[in-house]
Write a protein that binds this ligand. Structure first.
Ligand SMILES: Nc1ncnc2c1ncn2[C@@H]1O[C@H](COP(=O)(O)OP(=O)(O)OP(=O)(O)O)[C@@H](O)[C@H]1O
Ligand SMILES: [Mg+2]
Length: 294
């Protein structure tokens, strides 16, 4: 494993059993994320995004395969190690704003709370809470209760809470799911600031085009695998830059074709492959070709 790879999933499988039924949520997923990278996960409902996030955060144990975060092998962690990992090394942010905060504590107290639980001195917790809330643009909301904040402000507070104990990894599952695009932009600005300020590796699940446009790496997940990746090469996250979409090939050479391509060419199970010097062409197999292979 190269030294700046921070997250590494190899052949990750997750099977949920409910009653006699098995649901295979992850089907041998591979993923590598570099330290300090910000990556968005996109994909249809039920494709395994939250399952992957829960696995990366050690809330769920993989059924097979390996998942490493930093120096931790999450597939073989004791329950106690998991608790410490969740408290110190990973921060979570959920779509439902009310799942992120305690209703009877102010914004600042909410941010201090995980630090106090972890034994940080009161004065240090207070200072760090104020710094984090300032970084997310809420220095004027320190003493507000959650019910006095807008949803966008709640999510930015949640971000400060998630980073309270200085985790190396932030997992945000649909953090902008319930806000308009202006608030989504503010939340994204806050994510970007914290990523730059602390070098926190960030994985965001999102359907939000405001967010997708502003992240340099977008991984498409379908049916329990990463199937596509969009990589942007540029420096300014607001303007977007050159963008390249890739299909992802797995260890045994499987590649998923985008559904729109398949539909456009009316492709079915068999595809004609032609190696042509420096590239490969794929053709739909029509019946006439079936009868008369060239
Ligand atoms: N705790 C669970 N028990 C049983 N099945 C589950 C459980 N969690 C998820 N699943 C199933 O695993 C599959 C993947 O679910 P997951 O929640 O990861 O999808 P998702 O990509 O996050 O979808 P959404 O965009 O709707 O949030 C689905 O078929 C889902 O029904
Ligand atoms: Mg989900």
């Amino acid at each position: 494993m190269s030294s700046d790879i921070f997250i590494e999933c190899e052949n990750l499988v997750k099977v949920y059993k409910i009653g006699g039924l098995e649901v295979i949520a992850l089907k041998g997923l591979d993923l590598q994320v570099r330290s300090g990278e910000m990556i968005a996960l996109v994909g249809p409902s039920g494709s395994g995004k939250s399952t992957l996030m829960n696995t990366l955060g050690a809330l769920d144990t993989p059924s097979a395969g390996t998942v490493r975060v930093g120096k931790h092998d999450l597939s073989r962690m004791s329950p106690r190690e998991k608790v410490m990992f969740q408290r110190r090394e990973v921060g979570f942010m959920w779509q439902q704003a009310d799942r992120n905060l305690l209703p009877y504590l102010t914004a600042q107290e909410n941010v201090e709370f995980p630090m106090i639980l972890d034994g940080t001195k009161a004065r240090d917790s207070r200072q760090r809470a104020q710094r984090l809330l300032t970084l997310v643009g809420l220095e004027h909301r320190l003493n507000h209760l959650p019910k006095q904040l807008s949803v966008g402000e709640l999510q930015r507070t949640a971000l400060a809470v998630a980073l309270a104990n200085q985790p190396d990894l932030l997992l945000a599952d649909e953090p902008t799911g319930a806000v308009d695009s202006q608030a989504a932009n503010h939340i994204f600005d806050a994510l970007h600031t914290l990523n730059q300020e602390f070098g926190t590796t960030i994985v965001i699940v999102t359907h939000d085009h405001t967010v997708i446009k502003r992240v340099n790496r977008v991984a498409g997940i379908r049916d329990g695998f990463i199937t596509t990746e969009i990589i942007r090469r540029e420096t300014d996250s607001r303007t977007g830059g050159t963008e390249q979409e890739y299909a992802v090939m797995d260890r045994v050479g499987r590649v998923f074709l985008p559904p729109t391509y398949i539909e456009t060419l009316d492709m079915e199970s068999r595809i004609r492959l032609l190696l042509q010097g420096d590239h490969i062409s794929l053709y739909p197999e029509y019946e006439s070709e079936n009868a008369n292979p060239r």
